[in-house]
Design a protein around this ligand. Structure first.
Ligand SMILES: *[C@@H]1O[C@H](CO)[C@@H](O)[C@H](O)[C@H]1NC(C)=O
Ligand SMILES: *[C@@H]1O[C@H](CO)[C@@H](O)[C@H](O)[C@H]1NC(C)=O
Ligand SMILES: *[C@@H]1O[C@H](CO)[C@@H](O)[C@H](O)[C@H]1NC(C)=O
Ligand SMILES: *[C@@H]1O[C@H](CO)[C@@H](O)[C@H](O)[C@H]1NC(C)=O
Ligand SMILES: CC(=O)N[C@H]1CO[C@H](CO)[C@@H](O)[C@@H]1O
Ligand SMILES: [Zn+2]
Ligand SMILES: [Zn+2]
Length: 632
């Protein structure tokens, strides 16, 4: 997240006619979409860790907690802010017409061989004139994004309406584009009968799993700098103080404004996790390591941050296996993941894959090098019968410009996933999937999401958990049966782990899961989860290490029978019908941050619809009932 706002201004400069000059945007040869990588590789089959026999202590079962009537908008001095996601939705509706206009003009200019320098001058001029951002941010955005975006758009062979519908989705109309309709192939093995196993008996061994997401470590965070600055990322020495308001100084442990994580916050969190949870069996780490200064980043600055964060994790958890997934912010420009058919080294992502393959070797077997170097994804057998598959879901990112040229199953990732899942099904293995961008996010392409949902449905008996990040909120997505005979039958659930960064209005947080462990007939299902956080406002009053505490546990707080998909689907229904319960959910969504925006009916509809939307850009279909319920 974060990239959208600034990048949305790219088409703006095209409101002006441009003149033609020398040095046009270079053409990148992408008209051959060959990718001869053979995805039918032997799945990793040597269990990565030994038997885990502990029975971790699950959060105690207390039968109260709901509804928490103490929750009202806690402090009246909090400025009214529009709920962030709501703002995003409105913004994208506005930027749709801007997008069409911009892309249309851009395509003409680029084809007319207008020079990079000329476009840059015009862009910066307009960006500043329209007061979109300061001159340095405008220039930075162009210099970081232009060299990737312009050649991609030069290679595009579809019109502006279609480009914008692809990038922005349903808000930009449902333009049918036959070039971007593709279907993955399933093996001719019938889907096994779905049988619900008994719930695991209490007392059986469990795994305790830490989930960290969206650390967004900012090495340039400076205490006392402007937290409410003019740029898209604040709390830095270079932050420009606001022109019309008093400066809010950046706090020692972080800030609720547009700021990322200072080093001390990460140190404090990791130290307290190591102390409070010495019994963690493995760690899921779902990406977004660099900060949100996307206009001022380079490959080397990103690689430095990735290296520093990886080393820090290794230092704090030297004996714990860590399973990482790539975030959209790992790439340069942010969000750009050219598929392997883009061979040109100026645009290919191999600079990133080569480095992370190196780092990840600390935790992963050498054999995963094949898939990591090819597409930034991998599959490992954790224990006999239990597999973890890390996907590079950035290949569905709508801001990954090369996908506009050809969005067909980038890097053959989904076809490979089917291969892995079929092999797992054949062997009776259960699978957990991790990734960064959740498949239902509005910045995940509709065609990719639809194919992914078909996979989740086909392999619902095998996939026992999914874990993502990216939205920074503490939320989840329910997968419903497509073309269902039984209406609203849930076939899966994805956990969207809370972010470590506060960006924006959040308290920093991490997540713990308890997973059905090593015993005969283990379901490998998630039995419960808890979210840990700090009260940043309180923390900032003191130099002492903040107190990390357990904010809630899911089963208890939401009175759930289990954490199976059908229970999450029931929770969604309860949240629709019970306003107090929704308030509680919303409080946890921001980890009880005192500056969380007020959530009006529209915001509530938006959030509830997100929970029902594991298929992106299908809100009319998936949230139809919801809209009726809220309009009456
Ligand atoms: C743009 O440049 C290419 C290669 O230099 C040339 O083939 C093409 O005709 C030019 N197009 C225009 C409109 O000038
Ligand atoms: C896109 O690439 C795939 C191979 O990945 C190819 O089969 C398909 O024909 C391409 N689509 C277009 C419109 O060229
Ligand atoms: C980032 O900003 C600094 C100072 O404003 C500048 O010197 C540097 O070149 C910028 N880096 C990039 C990649 O834009
Ligand atoms: C595991 O499942 C099999 C087949 O359903 C059953 O016969 C066996 O008793 C089960 N084992 C345990 C320990 O529950
Ligand atoms: C973001 C934030 O809460 N900042 C505050 C941290 O605490 C100091 C001292 O109370 C405040 O001055 C900051 O505004
Ligand atoms: Zn993020
Ligand atoms: Zn992200």
């Amino acid at each position: 997240m974060g990239a959208t706002t600034v990048v949305a201004i790219i088409p703006l400069f095209l409101l002006h006619r441009l003149t033609t000059h020398a040095t046009p945007i270079a053409s990148v040869n992408v008209h051959n979409f060959e990718d001869d990588w053979d995805y039918k590789i032997q799945p990793h089959s040597e269990p990565l860790i030994g038997e885990v026999t502990h029975n971790h202590i699950l959060p105690p079962e207390i039968k109260v907690d709901v509804p928490d009537t103490k929750f009202v908008q806690s402090s009246s001095s909090v400025p009214e802010r529009v709920a962030k996601k709501l703002g995003d939705a409105v913004r994208s509706r506005v930027s749709c017409s801007v997008c069409r206009l911009g892309v249309g003009l851009l395509q003409r200019e680029v084809r007319k061989n207008t020079s990079f320098e000329n476009i840059r001058t015009q862009f910066v001029g307009l960006c500043v004139a329209f007061k979109v951002e300061s001159e340095s941010v405008c220039t930075g955005v162009f210099d970081v994004f232009g060299p990737d975006v312009l050649p991609a758009l030069k290679a595009v062979r579809i019109g502006a309406d279609e480009v914008c519908a692809l990038c922005l989705g349903e808000v930009c109309g449902d333009v049918k584009n036959p070039l971007h309709q593709w279907e993955v192939q399933f093996p001719e093995v019938p889907k096994p009968v779905t049988r619900e196993p008994d719930l695991p008996k209490p007392g059986l061994p469990t795994f305790k799993v830490l989930h960290l997401s969206d650390t967004h470590y900012d090495p340039d965070y400076v205490v006392g700098s402007a937290a409410n600055c003019e740029e898209p990322l604040c709390c830095r020495s270079t932050s420009t103080p606001p022109l019309t308001a008093d400066v809010v100084p950046a706090g020692k442990w972080g800030s609720y404004e547009k700021c990322d994580s200072p080093k001390v916050l990460l140190d404090s969190m990791l130290k307290s996790i190591a102390r409070d949870h010495p019994d963690i069996d493995y760690i899921l780490w779902t990406g977004d390591l660099p900060p949100h200064d996307i206009w001022n980043q380079s490959k080397s600055s990103n690689l430095d941050i990735i290296q520093e964060t990886v080393e820090q994790m290794f230092e704090v958890f030297p004996n714990t296996p860590i399973f990482p997934a790539l975030g959209n912010h790992e790439s340069i420009p942010a969000g750009s993941f050219a598929p392997p058919w883009v061979h040109d080294p100026d645009h290919s992502v191999s600079w990133l894959y080569t480095k992370v393959a190196d780092h990840w070797r600390k935790w992963l077997p050498a054999s995963v090098g094949n898939t990591v170097l090819h597409g930034g994804f991998y599959s490992i057998l954790l224990r006999p019968g239990f597999r973890i598959i890390s996907l590079n879901t950035n290949y569905c990112h709508t801001l990954s410009w090369w996908l506009v040229v050809n969005s067909t199953d980038p890097a053959k990732e989904l076809q490979w996933l089917i291969h892995e899942l079929q092999e797992a099904e054949n062997k009776g293995e259960k699978v957990h999937i991790i990734g960064h961008i959740p498949p239902g996010a509005s910045d995940c392409m509709k065609v990719w999401s639809r194919n992914f949902n078909a996979i989740v449905q086909r392999y619902e008996n095998t996939i026992q958990g999914q874990f993502y990040g990216h939205t920074h909120a503490d939320e989840f997505e329910v997968f419903y049966e497509m073309e269902a005979k039984e209406p609203n039958r849930a076939v899966g659930v994805a956990y969207l782990g809370p972010s470590v960064t506060t960006y924006e209005n959040h308290n920093p947080a991490y997540r713990i899961y308890y997973v059905d462990g090593d015993h005969a007939n283990s379901t490998r299902e998630v039995l419960d989860h808890e979210t840990w956080t700090i009260d940043l406002e309180e923390a900032n009053k003191s130099e002492d290490d903040p107190k990390w505490y357990r904010l809630y546990s899911a089963k208890n707080s939401y009175q759930m029978e289990s954490l199976r998909p059908k229970s999450w689907a029931k929770l969604v229904d309860d949240l629709i019908n019970n306003a107090d319960l929704f308030e509680l959910f919303y409080k946890y969504y921001y980890r009880d941050s005192p500056v969380r925006p007020t959530c009006d009916a529209k915001c509530k509809l938006q959030i509830l619809c997100d929970l029902k939307s594991a298929r992106s850009h299908e809100r009319h279909k998936l949230c139809h009932d919801l809209e009726l319920a809220f309009s009456s």
